[in-house]
Design a protein around this ligand. Structure first.
Ligand SMILES: Nc1ncnc2c1ncn2[C@@H]1O[C@H](COP(=O)(O)OP(=O)(O)OP(=O)(O)O)[C@@H](O)[C@H]1O
Ligand SMILES: [Mg+2]
Length: 223
């Protein structure tokens, strides 16, 4: 499904070049549940951002479903729109919008009609047990609830790949377990899931762990 060939990502910061990722070669099959681990600054978010087409690779090739994915911003935007659901670090909910409107955001971009939006938002809110919160604002929710809203928002456009950057980073043990179970269930339903985590116990619950150190893969093991 995904193939990286000698992928490098360089950032320019204060006229110096920082290596985000260096010569990454790997393949990810449809239906995998994969964890990216590594220390802070290792390159986990960079990796997810390139997979999700949120950022352009500097060198190398990215094939998606055997086709070369062009790295111009228009091609990447289209790729994201059609294939990718993203749960970003710290939820990134819009505080002045109600939960319903936060979840509905990708559907509004997709120009779905009100009836469809209503149906889809309610379906995911029910699945994630936040239906009674649809009329609340994000600052009226707990951290675990915010994370579930972010998951609902990522899922409502029906992505084939779900990317989650530290999805349980700010959660307590109980909420971690809930979110992990949701991700597992979604994976069993066929969604390819890639998550980054510092938490090795969380990584062990997936089917494949990739460890990154200073922009390079130092371990890739299937469980
Ligand atoms: N926009 C940017 N400009 C310059 N350097 C960057 C930028 N984004 C990331 N980097 C650098 O690239 C490297 C990898 O960063 P990245 O955010 O991928 O790490 P990470 O593994 O996700 O860390 P964390 O666990 O803290 O989230 C770091 O050295 C970081 O400083
Ligand atoms: Mg990160």
């Amino acid at each position: 499904m995904i193939k990286f060939e000698n992928v490098c990502k360089e950032y320019k910061a204060n006229k110096t070049i920082v290596n985000g990722l260096l010569d990454i070669n790997l393949e990810i099959q449809q239906g995998e549940f994969l964890a990216i681990t590594g220390r802070s600054g290792a390159g986990k978010s960079t990796f997810l951002n390139l997979i999700g087409g949120l950022d352009q690779i500097t060198r190398g090739k990215y094939y998606f479903q055997d086709k070369l994915l062009k790295q111009d911003s228009k091609s990447l935007a289209r790729f994201r729109y059609e294939n990718i659901g993203i749960i970003v670090q710290n939820y990134a909910l819009i505080n002045y919008k109600k939960v319903f409107d936060n979840i509905a955001l990708p559907l509004v971009y997709k120009r779905k009609n009100i009836k469809e939006i209503n149906e889809i938002v309610h379906r995911w809110a029910e699945y994630l047990e936040i239906k009674d919160k649809l009329n609340c604002f994000p600052n009226q929710l707990s951290g675990g609830e915010c994370q579930r809203v972010a998951i609902a928002r990522a899922l409502c456009k029906n992505p084939s790949i779900l990317l989650a950057d530290e999805p349980t980073g700010a959660l307590d043990y109980e909420n971690k377990k809930i979110v992990l179970n949701i991700l597992k269930e979604l994976n069993q339903d066929g969604i390819t899931i890639l998550l980054s985590t510092h938490d090795y116990d969380m990584a062990k619950k997936t089917n494949r762990i990739i460890t990154i150190e200073t922009g390079q893969i130092i371990n890739d093991s299937k469980i």
